[in-house]
Design a protein around this ligand. Structure first.
Ligand SMILES: Nc1ncnc2c1ncn2[C@@H]1O[C@H](COP(=O)(O)OP(=O)(O)OP(=O)(O)O)[C@@H](O)[C@H]1O
Ligand SMILES: [Mg+2]
Length: 262
């Protein structure tokens, strides 16, 4: 049974998409069966992996509203074993569309994913920068949430709101005998030369204790350039520090979820 992990933080530009793409690629490179779902109407994950929006017939939005079977919306990313379900801006209207149906709206994504959960080891969902319908339904569909936090001034600000939302979703899920755990807080974009940056790392570790991943993603130019080539940093710069860091994050996740395999 695959594990569904939402990559979420309502703050914009903290590295959700970058984490989704490169962590998925790293897990796939470690022979895990991985499906990445782009659940942000900005479609940054879709374009980062070289999928052209104009050519898209099957998207996650169509899956959720029931026009397309989830299996038929899965793309295999060229030259990798990674699978993904793309999106378009149309996803932003999803809330209105599903509200007019009979189904319990918050659980539709969960129901769709459940039909293919057995086909994967990990299913990652890249969430939009909000705590609106899309992010909430992604949390309702997930087994855990990974929270990327940009290593900068006021990093902790806003996290309380996110954690309160996670607690509310946990309570809702419990009623239906589901669980949502916190996979971990991932510190992103640390400038290793910055004293202030290390001070923020210290504060985050004090605040979240073991909840922070040991791997810290430092600022890296290859990470910024890879999406313009439509590939993950593992393909763009396989020997870069960034590739090593995302593989190290993948190892932490595998160790936590499948201790017997490492
Ligand atoms: N380790 C890194 N080093 C350098 N730049 C990075 C790194 N991680 C992310 N970035 C850059 O930071 C910007 C924001 O990253 P990203 O798009 O992953 O954030 P996001 O949380 O998904 O944003 P949004 O909230 O808009 O969805 C991008 O331009 C990305 O290339
Ligand atoms: Mg994003």
């Amino acid at each position: 049974m695959g594990k569904v992990i939402a990559i979420a933080n309502q703050k914009g530009g903290v590295g959700k998409t970058t984490t989704s793409v490169n962590l998925s690629a790293s897990l796939a490179a470690m022979d895990k069966k991985v499906l990445l779902i782009d659940y942000d109407p900005q479609a940054s994950t879709t374009t980062s992996l070289g999928i052209h929006r104009q050519s898209l017939k099957h998207t996650i939005e169509k899956v959720v509203i029931g026009d397309v079977q989830i299996k038929d919306a899965v793309f295999k990313i060229e030259n990798t074993s990674l699978h993904m379900i793309p999106t378009t801006i149309e996803l932003s209207h999803l809330g209105m569309k599903v509200r007019s149906t009979e189904l319990d709206e918050m659980y539709i994504l969960r129901q769709r994913i459940e039909t293919i959960k057995n086909d994967y080891d990990y299913i990652l969902i890249d969430c939009p920068p909000s705590l609106g319908f899309l992010a909430l339904s992604a949390l309702h569909a997930s087994d855990s949430v990974l929270v990327p936090v940009q290593c900068q001034y006021l990093a902790i600000d806003g996290l309380t709101q996110l954690l309160n939302t996670v607690h509310t979703v946990q309570k809702n899920l419990k009623v239906n005998h589901y669980q949502l755990s916190i996979e971990g807080v991932l510190i992103t974009m640390l400038d290793k030369r910055s004293k202030a940056g290390w001070q923020i790392v210290h504060e985050l570790k004090e605040y979240f204790q073991d909840g922070v991943f040991e791997t810290i993603i430092t600022t890296n130019v290859a990470v910024q350039n890879a999406p313009t080539h439509g590939v993950s940093v593992l393909q763009y710069a396989p020997t870069s520090m960034a590739s090593k860091l995302y593989k190290s994050l993948a190892k932490e996740i595998i160790k936590h979820n499948e201790p017997q395999t490492i």
